[in-house]
Design a protein around this ligand. Structure first.
Ligand code: NAG
Ligand code: NAG
Ligand code: NAG
Ligand code: NAG
Ligand code: NAG
Length: 461
């Protein structure tokens, strides 16, 4: 007691001295003491107590309690008076006084007030603590008296990690622990102990709200991602992502994605191994070079694996952009408008059935009757081929005009021959007459021109 409250002890010494001085001159009063009960009480801050001042002096008078605390006379009798002292908020000393045979007699006691800490709190823990790293726990204690009787204990479950006296009015007590896998889910707390056993009371304990620790460990190697290198549009393939040495595997988050398309993954874990599987289906607008992404997050950290994947189309010929029946006129320039698409880009060729004669595609060319026929237009890439049948009909140019022209030419030819014959015949006739007039005595009249006429047409024809 004396070591705990030195100021009070000092005061008591003074009072004792004062009482001695006062009593020394007394003759009979010295034999009688004024008792104060209870002696050296300890009570909680704001508490109340009944104080009895009594003496064995038969002629005791004016027994009273002197204090600045609020008091009330409860009862009294010969040589005693009892008071109800309330709202004791701090350590104090109370004094009883009275008169015995005309001499003043005095008694006193110290009241010790105790107070539980107003705040005992364990500072928040990091949301995730890496396994193998030190974690420092901080406990804040505010208030509490007497301080000399106050101790702070840091706990993991009920295990004491550290025990330290709370010296300052506002103290922070720390302890460091090496976080392990076993600490995942552990509860940490902080406890204050106000030890009033020496004062005849109990050990008064206050405990903070517990805080739960989450520990984690990630492997140094990235996830193992298994996916095909090529995927055809509108087809599916399995995607697997595996992580080993992850703790706690059940609390890791896994994302699987094909480009920006999040895949619906099924996640299973066994021990420290985590496997996510999903089925990836490529959309038509995802054609080209893409990535399969697997990211695993745990404890605010991320592991990521990416694999390249090419989304391809089998080659195709767009039917809307490739007329399948064409009627072209002979000797005109035409373009066979056909387009093939696909990834990788296919090669397009149109070959005539039976003859393998090729017709140019997308280029202007001079049409002739030999182009007439049925063509196999084929788009070919390393991913496959696609065939479309195209029929080309070549119409001979001005088909009605040709026979007419032939008839005209024939008629003209006949007319020309007839005119020519008439001219030749007439010329021979005139020449014959001339001969008749000049050589009439020796040449016969009719035989010569007849032969000449017969010879000449044979030469013409
Ligand atoms: C006070 O003390 C006296 C003497 O010991 C006793 O007779 C009396 O009953 C006490 N009063 C109360 C209220 O306890
Ligand atoms: C108790 O005492 C304090 C000061 O010591 C005072 O402020 C408070 O009002 C008192 N309470 C009662 C109930 O008397
Ligand atoms: C953890 O702290 C202890 C001392 O408190 C120290 O000896 C040890 O090296 C620390 N370990 C790590 C991993 O920081
Ligand atoms: C995801 O897959 C599960 C089972 O594999 C299925 O029940 C669920 O409907 C799927 N969700 C979506 C959005 O596809
Ligand atoms: C993990 O991947 C998904 C899908 O690609 C993405 O939305 C998410 O932001 C990624 N997570 C992190 C932490 O980057």
């Amino acid at each position: 007691m004396a070591t705990m409250i030195p100021a009070v002890s000092w005061l008591r010494a003074c009072w004792t001295l004062l009482v001695c001085c006062l009593l020394t001159p007394g003759v009979q009063g010295q034999e009688f003491l004024l008792r104060v009960e209870p002696q050296n009480p300890v009570l909680p801050a704001g508490g109340s107590l009944l104080v009895n001042c009594s003496t064995d002096c038969p002629s005791a008078k004016q027994v009273t309690l002197e204090t600045s605390l609020s008091k009330e006379l409860v009862d009294n009798g010969t040589g005693w008076a009892a008071f109800w002292v309330s709202n004791v908020t701090g350590n104090s000393r109370i004094l009883c006084s009275g008169y015995c045979n005309g001499l003043q007699i005095i008694g006193s006691t110290d009241i010790t007030v105790y107070r539980l800490p107003e705040r005992v709190e364990l500072a928040p823990l990091p949301p995730w603590q890496p396994v193998g790293q030190n974690l420092t726990l901080h406990c804040q204690v505010e208030g509490g008296s007497p301080r000399t009787s106050l101790t702070v204990v840091l706990l993991r479950w009920e295990e004491e990690l550290s025990r330290q006296p709370a010296v300052e009015e506002l103290s922070e007590v720390t302890a460091t622990v090496l976080a392990g896998r076993g600490d995942h889910g552990a509860h940490f707390s902080c406890r204050t102990e106000l030890d009033l056993r020496l004062q005849g009371l109990r050990l008064l304990v206050n405990t903070s709200a517990p805080r739960r620790l989450q520990t984690f460990a990630l492997p140094v190697t990235p996830p193992r991602l298994v996916a095909p290198r090529f995927l055809e549009v509108e087809t599916s393939c399995p995607v697997d992502c595996t992580v080993e040495g992850i703790f706690p595997a059940s609390e890791a988050q896994v994302h699987l994605a094909l480009g920006d398309q999040v895949l619906n993954a099924t996640v299973t874990n066994h021990g420290d191994m985590l496997t996510a599987t999903a089925t990836a289906t490529a959309r038509a607008d995802q054609e080209g070079a893409r990535q399969i992404i697997c990211n695993v997050t745990l404890g605010g950290e991320r592991l990521e694996a990416r694999e390249n994947l090419t989304v391809f189309n089998g080659p195709q010929i767009d039917r809307a952009k490739c007329p399948q029946h064409l009627k072209w006129k002979d000797k005109t320039r035409q373009v066979l408008q056909c387009q093939a698409r696909g990834n990788p880009s296919p090669q397009l060729r149109c070959l005539k059935e039976g003859s393998s004669q090729e017709v140019p595609v997308g280029i202007s060319f001079l049409v002739n009757v030999t182009h007439n026929g049925t063509y196999q237009c084929q788009a070919v890439s390393s991913r496959g081929k696609y065939t479309l049948v195209v029929v080309i009909n070549i119409e001979a140019r001005n088909s009605h005009f040709v026979p007419v022209l032939l008839a005209v030419f024939t008629t003209l030819g006949v007319v020309t021959v007839v005119v020519a014959l008439m001219y030749v015949f007439r010329a021979r006739k005139q020449r014959g007459l001339y001969h008749v007039r000049q050589e009439s005595p020796s040449v016969p009249l009719t035989s010569m021109p007849t032969e000449a006429i017969r010879e000449e047409p044979s030469r013409v024809e």
